[in-house]
Design a protein around this ligand. Structure first.
Ligand SMILES: [Fe+2]
Length: 270
């Protein structure tokens, strides 16, 4: 067991950040870099939307497992904030008297689900349905396993196995990796590409699903940095299993984007 000294956590964090910060999916995501160029035709935007909807919907399963397997009450509650918000409980940002809408561009990115209000329309999957409608995609086209390509399903299954792992060190490593990948800029690249697509051929396409997530990511990354400090101090914490969880999770993320890139190169459109 490693003692939770200041130098221990600092050295470990430096090791983690070097590993995560140099992973190809963080520094060299060919798909999102290409997508940000704004040249994606409608078929490719539809294909991205369907694959993203499968990941985003099945992520809820992984998040539930993370909650069930949480090592302590704090992590359990932090996991529930994400899970219930994902399902449609709007963050209560201390403005309880203010009217709360269900649209992504109207609801808070900060606060807590404790005392927050549930709205069907505030489920992130429903935001995605509203984004997808102008693309000609409906409820039955989105979010199910049967819509996922093999790499997308590999990523989703890795999320359940690793992000939702029973081994708390593995799960913490996966969590840290996912949040740092998500905060590293892929949302911004997708938003730039989608804005270009909207201006070119899909006037009125609502981008709030994407912009809301981009806004929330910085806080998630900050939370997982705090979580790392807390986890590191626990008797069960294991550096190597944390790093193994982070590595396996980032490889899963990479499989997802490499799958989209391969489909792009092969001219797969839906
Ligand atoms: Fe979400």
């Amino acid at each position: 067991m490693v003692m939770a000294t200041a130098s221990g956590i600092d050295a470990f964090r430096a090791r983690v950040d070097e590993f995560v910060g140099q992973h190809p999916v963080v520094v060299d995501n060919r798909y999102t870099r290409w997508f940000a160029g704004g040249e994606a035709p409608r078929g490719e935007v539809r294909h991205l939307t369907v694959q993203f909807s499968v990941f985003s919907h099945l992520f809820v399963e992984a998040q539930l497992r993370k909650v069930i397997n949480a090592a302590d009450l704090d992590t359990y509650r932090t996991g529930k904030e994400i899970l219930l918000n994902e399902l449609g409980v709007v963050f209560n940002a201390g403005r309880s008297a203010a009217p709360v809408g269900a649209d992504a561009d109207l609801v808070a990115t900060e606060g807590t689900v404790d005392g927050g209000r549930f709205r069907f329309g505030a489920a992130h999957f429903e935001w995605l349905l509203r984004f997808a409608a102008p693309l000609g995609l409906g409820f039955n086209d989105l979010g199910k396993r049967r819509h996922g390509s093999a790499p997308t399903l590999f990523f989703c299954d890795e999320l359940i196995e690793v992000y939702g792992a029973e081994d708390a060190s593995v799960a913490e490593g996966a969590s840290y990796a996912v949040e740092h990948w998500a905060a590293a800029g892929f949302w911004k690249e997708l938003i730039v590409g989608l804005e270009a697509f909207r201006a070119r051929e899909c006037d009125g396409l609502p981008l709030a699903f994407w912009t809301w997530h981009d806004k929330v990511e910085d806080q998630h990354a900050a939370h997982t940095a705090d979580e790392l400090v807390a986890a590191y101090a626990q008797p069960w914490f294991d550096e190597e299993r944390f790093l193994a969880g982070a590595a396996r999770m980032l490889d899963g993320v990479q499989a997802f984007w490499d799958g989209l890139w391969a489909d792009h190169q092969a001219g797969v459109e839906r």
